[in-house]
Design a protein around this ligand. Structure first.
Ligand SMILES: [Zn+2]
Length: 135
């Protein structure tokens, strides 16, 4: 199996693992986003081994509840990035950061031209899908 197909298998398994952690049709109770990489786990271990139930929310809504803006800087090509970071939706940032694992798994150096080009392509493609398909 070459590095590219190995990366795709890893990503498919990660996607499936995330889906399996959430109930069917899971969506953020605040903004209704359904992307499994944006949703954060609703359960948190409590004291004495009990489990506290919390409303299912996405990463962006969670950080907004903590007083943050919901926007984050994305470093194209990883760190150190050869270009200025871009300000993007926090959920989109979560997805794009996950996609950076692809080139990292292939051994591409952070800050390299190849890593940066891949991140720019991912930013454009995921943003277009994000805007047209409602996340
Ligand atoms: Zn949300």
């Amino acid at each position: 199996m070459n590095a590219l197909s190995s990366t795709r298998v890893h990503m498919a398994l990660d996607w499936n693992r995330r889906l399996m952690r959430q109930p069917p049709g899971a969506a953020c109770t605040r903004c209704e986003i359904r992307n499994p990489f944006a949703l954060v786990l609703p359960m948190r271990p409590g004291k004495g081994g009990s489990v506290k139930k919390r409303p299912l929310v996405c990463y962006k809504c969670r950080i907004q509840l903590l007083g943050r803006s919901g926007w984050e800087l994305h470093h194209l090509g990883g760190r150190p990035s050869p270009v200025a970071p871009v300000l993007i939706d926090a959920n989109l940032h979560r997805v794009l950061t996950y996609l950076q694992l692809g080139w990292r798994r292939e051994g591409i150096a952070p800050g390299s031209t190849e890593a940066t080009v891949r991140d720019v392509v991912a930013l454009v493609l995921v943003s277009l899908q994000w805007l047209t398909e409602g996340k």
